[in-house]
Write a protein that binds this ligand. Structure first.
Ligand code: GDG
Length: 744
């Protein structure tokens, strides 16, 4: 298979360029995302692509960039700088990205700054990314977009190059719909439709994926099956890909001579005291103030630890131009000062506080010196610090106390999980952790290490790409299924050449779109004209195969030369005959029992109603709220299954309808009966919902049959057509074909 080009796109390029007195210097940037992707590419991932590029803002001017590029160290990708006006970038980055999306998606709605100019600049910068990238991209390239800064980019790129393969990954949580709905509706729509421009939308956990799907359903009124949805004729998939770390790098770092030397020094300084450690970027989501409350509660609740424990707290500067971040720094400074002055004394300082960067060796030395890592974010997409701590404990010692609302808590289940707002619980967990036996520490760490070792940073990216390829292949398969021009010509050709032809047409959703109420879907003159012309053609045998009752069909198609199949096959009337009724008779009081259950749901779920027919009874929820209707439909389906089973009834989950009918009656059986009446040389069968699948299955073995599903879902039918308008157009063309010779 031909290799494709890969384009990684993130807000910043993974390189830091600085102008110093000695000229322009450059060094690769570090951080979770950069090491994840670089690690994957360096460990053989690049082999899967013909070329790899990384696009993003370089953080310097075009002039400095051109000077710097000469001396840039080699990386497993070529850099594609996206240049953005500095003022615009500020509004896009510190404005919309970090003062709207970041607080909202981390459940801090009161921190959101609803500033329209932020949104406008954000969209504009995404547009600049799209244009600069589109100039380089070819339609068969793969693009992988990273994170919340670039939420609309997939949609914008798709406008430029509809066939692109695009993956999107969100590194922060996707919030519940109740939070998401707080921002203006046009922002909601821009974000969601932008993300759906991707073929695969990845999150750290299934919860985030489900939140996203719920918002898509509410805001865009698009249905999903728990993972997939249809958007602009593409099947988009969501899934969870928990990001990880380079396990071996952290694990082996334990033995680096410089790490070892530092650790010895720290151990000496710590003496017999227990040591707690944490490191975070300065951010209100990291829960540092709450952590300090938990630590204070620990010292006051367990006085035996006074003088016998120290907490090494490292905060790494970040985004401090944003007011909320500067405020946070002040809160932490004050809180540390208060605890040290009120709880400590001249010989004991409860907290050692550093505001600044650590080198990699320092970081690992601290991970491996401490007795307990205290990681308590109020929300965190994943949290790599917790995984790094676990990986670096090659000695099998140390305890992890982790917030249960960090994405990592889903995988690191052997940690002591705490609610970050519960100071008493945190205090108790710290005590339990510091007193945990060495055997228990080793056991828990080993379990977690095995998991991170197996699902590491390499598997994270490799999994994403594998899934993206599968999604794209599936899309192509579906694309082929749409009745294209070539197949349409083929269909018309066999139709025109055939002697006897059988046309089996479902009604609602196939010949006409759904109406709010069943009675409102009567055929208009145009449709009747098409059906009459087809029916009058002496080579054609035409049947309307419907779930509707016989009276309605008789009334609507009065005088049209078609056969009618009512109630999914319970009643049949051939073109020139009378109604024949199924011999399968309903038993006893089935109707009243089923109706009673359905009636409860009519009351529970507004805008739903019951349709009563001779052989079946149906609960329609097409007018109900999308989410409410789907939930109630699942519930009703379950409620009906048991009593229906006892009465030889089938429960059908149709298109916005739950229907109970006699077992043994279905459109497939009815079609089987009709096929036996003549030798048809051409069969066309059209239907849109689950009940039509029985017909498609029945015809699956006939190679000459053209089975067509109306709508975008997978089906036993050979082809798909988008909607009833396209069906009518096809039938109209067929109707215009004059018969070659009269039948004798
Ligand atoms: C976002 C999401 C998600 C930190 N200080 C120093 C240092 N670090 C390194 C850590 C770790 C990384 O930075 C921090 O990663 P986190 O995952 O903990 O947090 P965010 O920066 O908020 O990252 C997060 C992540 O994206 C990936 O998807 O997990 O939820 O918020 O690797 O080691 N490294 C060194 N010195 C420091 O002082 N050397």
């Amino acid at each position: 298979m031909q290799k494709k080009r890969l384009f990684i796109v993130s807000n910043r390029l993974p390189i830091t360029i600085e102008q110093t007195e000695n000229g322009v210097t450059s060094r690769p940037s570090s951080g979770g995302l950069v090491s994840a992707i670089t690690g994957y590419l360096e460990k053989g991932g690049s082999e899967s692509f013909s070329e790899t590029f990384w696009a993003g803002v370089p953080g310097c001017t075009e002039k400095i960039w051109s000077v710097a590029t000469g001396g840039i160290a080699s990386a497993p990708y070529s850099y594609l700088p996206v240049f953005v006006n500095w003022k615009k970038y500020e509004l896009y980055y510190n404005g919309f990205s970090n003062s709207v999306l970041w607080p909202l998606f981390h459940y801090f709605p009161s921190f959101v700054d609803y500033n329209t100019s932020y949104f406008d600049a954000w969209l504009e910068v995404n547009g600049i990314f799209a244009e600069q990238l589109a100039a380089k991209l070819r339609k068969d390239d793969i693009v992988w977009i990273q994170d919340y800064h670039l939420l609309p980019l997939a949609g914008l790129l798709r406008d430029h190059l509809p066939g692109l393969t695009i993956g999107f990954f969100l590194h922060i949580p996707f919030p519940s719909y109740e939070l998401f709905r707080l921002i203006p509706k046009n922002w909601q729509r821009t974000i969601l439709s932008g993300m759906l421009g991707a073929d695969l939308v990845g999150f750290h956990t299934i919860d985030y994926a489900l939140h996203f799907l719920a918002s898509v359903e509410e805001v865009l009124q698009v249905e999903h099956d728990g993972q997939h949805m249809w958007w602009e004729n593409r099947r988009v998939k969501t899934d969870a890909f928990p990001i990880s770390i380079d396990f071996e790098k952290f694990h082996h770092a334990f033995d680096h001579p410089s790490v070892d030397e530092m650790r010895r020094r720290y151990l000496e300084l710590k003496g017999t005291k227990k040591m707690i450690f944490s490191v975070d970027r300065l951010d209100y989501t990291k829960g540092v103030a709450n952590r300090l409350k938990g630590y204070e509660a620990f010292i006051s609740s367990y006085p035996e630890y006074r003088g016998n424990v120290i907490f090494v707290l490292v905060i790494v500067p970040s985004r401090d131009v944003i007011i909320k971040y500067a405020e946070r720094k002040k809160i932490i400074d004050e809180s540390v000062g208060n605890i040290n002055s009120s709880r400590g004394d001249v010989v004991w300082q409860p907290i050692i506080y550093k505001y600044g960067h650590l080198s990699f060796d320092e970081l690992v030395a601290l991970y491996t010196t401490c007795d307990l890592a205290l990681i308590t974010p109020l929300r965190d997409g994943m949290n790599l610090v917790s995984k790094e701590f676990v990986a670096s404990r090659k000695d099998g010692r140390g305890v992890l106390v982790l917030s249960e609302v960090a994405g990592a808590a889903r995988e690191l289940t052997e940690a002591l999980l705490v609610n970050p707002n519960d100071a008493a619980e945190m205090a108790a967990a710290i005590k339990a952790g510091l007193e945990m036996s060495p055997e228990a520490q080793r056991e828990r760490l080993t379990e977690m290490q095995d998991r991170i070792r197996t699902y590491n940073v390499y598997t994270w990216a490799a999994d994403f790409f594998r899934e993206l390829a599968v999604v794209k292949d599936a899309q192509l398969e579906f694309e082929i299924k749409f009745l294209d021009k070539v197949t349409k010509v083929e269909l018309l050709d066999s139709y025109s050449k055939a002697g006897k032809r059988l046309l089996l047409l479902d009604y609602d959703g196939t010949l006409v779109p759904f109406a709010r109420f069943p009675g409102a879907a009567a055929p208009d003159a145009v449709l009747l004209g098409i059906l009459r012309a087809l029916g009058e053609n002496f080579l054609n045998e035409l049947y309307i195969v419907s779930g509707r009752d016989s009276q309605t069909l008789e009334k609507w198609f009065d005088g049209i030369p078609v056969g009618l199949i009512a109630e999914h096959g319970a009643k049949v009337r051939h073109r020139d005959g009378d109604w024949e009724t199924s011999t399968i008779a309903p038993s006893g009081d089935w109707r009243s029992k089923m109706e009673k259950i359905m009636q409860e749901y009519v009351e529970k779920c507004p805008h739903t109603f019951i349709e009563r027919k001779d052989f079946s009874i149906a609960w329609h929820y097409r007018n109900a709220d999308l989410v409410d209707g789907a939930v109630r439909a699942r519930e009703l389906y379950d409620d009906l299954m048991r009593p229906a089973g006892q009465m030889s009834l089938n429960v059908l989950n149709g298109h916005k309808v739950i229907e109970v009918r006699m077992r043994g009656i279905n459109k497939g059986a009815a079609v089987g009966h009709i096929l036996g009446r003549d030798n048809y040389e051409f069969v066309l069968c059209l239907g849109d919902d689950q009940t039509d699948e029985d017909m498609f299955k029945k015809l699956a073995t006939r190679e000459d049959a053209f089975t067509i599903k109306v709508g975008n879902e997978a089906s036993f039918a050979k082809y798909n057509l988008h909607n009833p308008a396209m069906v009518q157009a096809l039938l109209h063309t067929m109707a215009s074909y004059a018969p070659a010779r009269p039948l004798r």
